[in-house]
Every structure is written in C-alpha cells, then in structure tokens.
Design a protein around this ligand. Structure first.
Ligand code: HEC
Length: 137
C-alpha cells in the first residue's frame, strides 16, 4: 500500500508539470504572433536569389523589397511587373503579405513570381516581421 502511494505521488507531480510549464510559453506565444525578424532573415534566404533589400537596391528577377510593407503592390520603380501584379489594388499589410507568401498564385493569380509558397505559418510570420524591418531609406 505504501508503495502504491509513492507511485501515485510521482504520477501527481508529473501531472503538475504541464501546468508549471504553461506560464512561460504565454509570453513566447505573443512573440510568435508578431513574428521574429531575426528568424525571418533566415527564411529570406529562399527569396534572395530574386530580391534585393537594400534601399535603392537593384531590381533582380524580382523587384527590390526595401520599404515593401505598407506599399501598394506592383509599384517599385523600374520593374516590369506582370499585368496581374501591376493591375492589383492590393496593399502590403501584414495579413496580405502572409496570404501572398503562403500561396502567391492563389492570392494573386497570374503573377510571375516563380515561388510555390511557404506552408509553415510561424515561418511566414517571422518572414513578414523581417520584411517590416526593410526600410525604404
Ligand atoms: C524565382 C524568383 C523569385 C523568388 C524565389 C521570390 N520572388 Fe518575390 N517576386 C518575384 C517576381 C518576378 C515578382 C514580380 C511578380 C509579378 O510581377 O507578377 C515578385 C514579387 C514579389 C513581391 C511583390 C513586390 C511588389 O512590388 O509589390 C513580394 C512582396 C515578394 N515578391 C516577396 C518575396 C518573398 C518574401 C520571397 C521569398 C519567400 C520571394 N518573393 C521569392 C520573383 C521571386
């Protein structure tokens, strides 16, 4: 009987563990909602082949992305956009950018960005947080 009680005691303290661990993740969950720009910089390696980010940087296969958050889509100077991108009224809010990066062709059919999309929502949030650090000047 004593033995059983000991086993039960151990079970109870293990059961309490998730409750103890539940408090710190609340703060990091909030951080995840905003996205982690440093992690997003690493996600951006998938974009670098086609996009520069320095203010006034050259357009490549894709347009320069300095100051892209908050900008109207398809308006970078000197870039030959597809009619789909040029003709849209879309403005790059965090939500629009997230939807576009998840599946570029679903959000803006006919655009010519040869990128299938980023399925991982947390990775996209980080990437959008990074894009927000790219100032126009
Ligand atoms: C293979 C080349 C390529 C890759 C990789 C690529 N892009 Fe693009 N991107 C383009 C092209 C080309 C356009 C212009 C599309 C059009 O005109 O339809 C574009 C357009 C965009 C735009 C709209 C710009 C504007 O002026 O409105 C954003 C934002 C963007 N890309 C972000 C990204 C991000 C973030 C990644 C990485 C996850 C990425 N792209 C990966 C080629 C690429």
């Amino acid at each position: 009987m004593v033995r059983q009680g000991e086993v039960l005691g151990a079970a109870v303290s293990f059961a309490a563990l998730p409750v103890i661990l539940a408090s710190p993740p609340a703060a990091s969950a909030q951080q995840a909602a905003a996205g982690n720009a440093a992690a997003g910089a690493r996600q951006f390696l998938a974009c670098r082949a086609c996009h520069t980010v320095a203010p006034g940087g050259a357009n490549g296969v894709g347009p320069n992305l300095a100051g892209i958050m908050g900008a109207k889509a398809g308006t970078r100077p000197g870039f030959a956009y597809s009619p789909a991108m040029k003709g849209t009224t879309l403005v790059w809010t965090a939500a629009e950018m997230d939807a576009f990066l998840a599946r570029p062709n679903a959000r803006l059919p006919g655009n010519k960005m040869a990128y299938a999309g980023m399925a991982n929502a947390a990775a996209r949030r980080d990437l959008v947080a990074y894009l927000a650090t790219l100032k126009a000047k």
